[in-house]
Design a protein. Sequence first.
Length: 144
Amino acid sequence: MAVLAEAISVVIRVDALFRAFGDWNASERAVPNNSHCADGEIARVGFMTPVDVTAYVGSLATRGLVYLDNGTAIDLVVVDQQRGPMAPCEWVEFGQINLDGDLAKRVSACRLRGSSVKQIVTPDGWRFEKSLSASFGFVPNGQE
């Protein structure tokens, strides 16, 4: 399977979450917003700002999860909606897919490397028509 990779996503190996939190419910309680989803192999939490990403990655580090070791992603990776993983990562694949085969509904997604299932998991209540994928735009710093 795959998870949505919208805005700035923190993508985490589910086995690492269980190691750090002991169970799924405890890891969900640590998520600071409602943008999370998981496919059973990887989980995703989305953010709009790098500051929020840094805070969440820091909170995961206090639980023993490792973002980078020698520049390579270990337990989690930060993924940009347009550019993909922000660090080399041997366990994740990033790409874009069309929802329901519709060329107008293109979204970015991540999956565990080697997974063959094409289905994508999105956060509860997520709808393409109201998503960043449908209305993506980049605003350079200092311009609004």
